[in-house]
Design a protein around this ligand. Structure first.
Ligand code: PRX
Length: 636
């Protein structure tokens, strides 16, 4: 495929073309993919309903673009390098032909177990090649996969099963994570017991932890594939058929199922993979995300594999067996493009330079960052000590809903500026509005980031509730897609993402709704009410600060610590360990307006440790509570 931009002039030219003639621009790119039948029309859209359709009536299967097309040219090339959690376990190199056979075989298993086009399948698995096999087999038979990060709790998993009415769960007996092995199957058992739609659970043997297998429901992966054919004809999919659902947190209610469709997602993730990382044939690409997040979907699995690239899957954690693991893996596999999150960079930076200096890191050509704003210090450390000053950093801004990267430098082409995502990619038309929805034109402006024109991999709906999709993304500013992020456009027209402007917090690059965490805290029997805000955290970017009103209890002062521990456990159980509050403050009341709304602004200030400018608190229903909160936080 020749999708690559090679110069700044080329970028400007392509960008202009994509704005002046979006349909012509994307048709030319889409032409380079394998379609059984091409589209009748490139695009149909309005942002009011919203209704977004790309490559209308085109027929194809995304996995044919990975396998059938690539097999002619590189059947024996490595598709996936698997680096296990334990460095003593040998890595695996899986060729395109081998991966094709595994995917075909597992597609046949899915069908034999009653999965048909359109059925939803939950994937709750460790970072092993079988997770990619599972996703691709679903895509091949036309089933809709919904990968759930295997750190989520059984109730979070049950919510997702229930919401999409999934028929099957693909899981493992356990996960290796650093020095620990984690029981996964019992989490699935609990979730399945709480729901009514799951007909089969297929269990990969990974850790050998003893598990209970329920007759008629549970099946071992290795037994299910035994003797099954490695040939399978891919299901014909329409461009707008659903490819997957991925649940993500918002400012209200339970996580919503972001829906992506087949055609536009394929074209956009492949185009952006090749341009943002400047992937060249023979390169080894490593994205450290988990396949449970959108980054793993688009830039471990789909973008790289459709490009015929070699993608590295790492099962472990950055600090096991020591904080040099990432760098050891880079050297071992001669990684050329490395893509990670600022939180990992900051965490590893804290271990000091000696850990890094043991490694050459000479294969690296491009470094990527994703998930949260990268602070200047981390940017420079990454640039100087990992990239040795010679690797461009691509600070890529995007979201679960956008499917692929929207704002990012092109490596070696776009001059970079620390902490700036720089410029929109071709096809992306950002716009900044103030809180009243007025466009802020020109440079040196700051406001809410919106996009005014569709791009191929954008969200189509939220599963089972289109109105929610409309309200969340298209309801704030009519005619625009609203990202939920604040942004600055500087004097050079460069974009710098400032963070969320809604009630979403970004903890270690993971999105959590404050309401979601509050609901979990409120499940504790002694909790009356709670309010959660984010605060700056050195490693995580943002930490979770919870203010909690508890039942009055004569011994409360003695048991506060216990209560806090129990609250943390409750949140872990209801959502998962990633949502555990970093700080909990027991309070007697929460600052509220006369209409009963919590004044989060004040709580944020206290959590940040800066109460110099709390603004007018006299209109509060209970102004006295502010002094109490300040005093207890040690800020009076
Ligand atoms: O706030 C932005 C932040 O992550 C949010 C999207 O989170 P999620 O859907 O989980 O996807 C993360 C991976 C694509 C955004 O609304 N974010 C993502 N990338 C950046 C970022 N903030 C600043 N700079 C980035 N490069």
């Amino acid at each position: 495929m020749a999708l690559k931009i090679n110069s700044l002039g080329g970028y400007i030219h392509e960008y202009q073309k994509s704005v002046n003639d979006p349909e012509g621009f994307w048709a030319e790119i889409a032409d380079q993919f394998y379609w059984r039948k091409k589209w009748d029309k490139v695009l149909e859209w309005n942002f009011e309903e919203p209704n977004i359709k790309w490559f209308l009536n085109a027929k194809f299967n995304i996995t044919e673009n990975i396998f059938e097309r690539n097999l002619f040219t590189h059947a024996d090339k490595t598709a996936i390098i698997f680096e296990p959690n334990d460095p003593k376990e040998s890595p695996q190199h899986i060729t395109y032909r081998e991966l094709y056979e595994k995917v075909c075989q597992f597609s046949n298993v899915l069908k034999a177990q009653g999965i048909q086009k359109g059925d939803r399948v939950i994937i709750y698995m460790p970072m092993v090649p079988e997770a990619a096999v599972a996703m691709l087999a679903c895509a091949r038979v036309g089933a809709v996969h919904s990968v759930v990060f295997a750190g989520f709790s059984s109730s979070a998993l049950a919510d997702r099963i229930e919401d999409c009415q999934a028929k099957m769960v693909l899981t493992s007996d356990g996960n290796f994570r650093g020095a620990k092995s984690i029981d996964v199957k019992s989490v699935v058992d609990e979730a399945v017991a709480k729901t009514s739609t799951i007909e089969k659970v297929i269990v990969l043997q990974r850790t050998g932890i003893p598990v209970t297998m329920q007759e008629g429901l549970d099946l071992w992966w290795h037994e299910a594939i035994e003797g099954v054919s490695t040939e399978n004809k891919a299901e014909e999919m329409d461009s707008e058929d659903m490819l997957f659902i991925l649940y993500t947190s918002g400012s209200t209610g339970k996580p919503k199922g972001v829906v992506h469709s087949c055609g536009g997602y394929m074209v956009y993730t492949t185009y952006t993979f090749q341009n943002v990382f400047h992937y060249n044939p023979g390169d080894i690409f490593w994205c450290t995300a988990d396949v449970g997040w959108i980054t793993g979907h688009s830039y471990i699995v789909y973008g790289p594999l459709i490009s015929g690239a070699t993608t590295l899957m790492f099962e472990g954690v950055p600090t096991y067996p020591d904080a040099g693991r990432f760098w050891e893996v880079v050297d071992k596999h001669q990684v050329n493009q490395f893509y990670t999150a600022p939180t990992a960079i900051r965490a590893l930076q804290a271990f000091g330079l000696e850990v890094v200096q043991k490694y050459q890191l000479s294969s690296l050509k491009v470094l990527g960052s994703v998930g949260e704003p990268i602070n200047e210090e981390a940017w420079h450390w990454y640039h100087d000590h990992i990239g040795k000053g010679k690797c461009p950093i691509v600070d890529t801004w995007w979201q679960t809903e956008t499917g692929g990267i929207l704002i990012s430098p092109l490596p070696g082409i776009t001059p970079t500026k620390p902490s700036y995502a720089t410029l929109p990619l071709p096809g992306v038309q950002p716009l900044i509005v103030d809180n009243e929805g007025r466009e802020l034109k020109g440079n040196s402006v700051e406001g809410n980031l919106c996009i005014k024109f569709p791009w191929p991999s954008m969200i189509r709906t939220t599963y089972g509730d289109h109105e929610r999709c409309r309200n969340t993304y298209f309801g704030n500013y009519p005619g625009l897609y609203f990202t939920g992020d604040g942004v600055k456009r500087d004097e050079d027209g460069y974009y710098r993402i400032l963070g969320r402007v809604d009630d979403v917090i970004n903890v270690s690059g993971h999105r959590l709704g404050t309401a979601e965490v509050e609901n979990a805290i409120n499940e504790h029997p002694l909790v009356i009410e709670s309010a959660v805000v984010g605060y700056p955290h050195d490693i995580k970017g943002q930490g979770i600060y919870a203010y909690v009103i508890a039942e009055s209890n004569a011994n409360m002062t003695d048991t506060e610590d216990e209560l806090k521990q129990e609250i943390i456990l409750t949140v872990s159980k209801i959502i998962g360990p990633i949502a555990k509050p970093d700080k909990i403050q027991i309070v007697s009341g929460l600052p509220k307006t006369r209409s009963g709304k919590i004044m989060r602004r004040i709580l944020r200030k206290v959590a940040e440790g800066d109460v110099s400018n709390l603004g007018d608190t006299s209109t509060l229903l209970n102004p006295e509570v502010v002094d109490e909160i300040k005093a207890k936080a040690g800020l009076a």
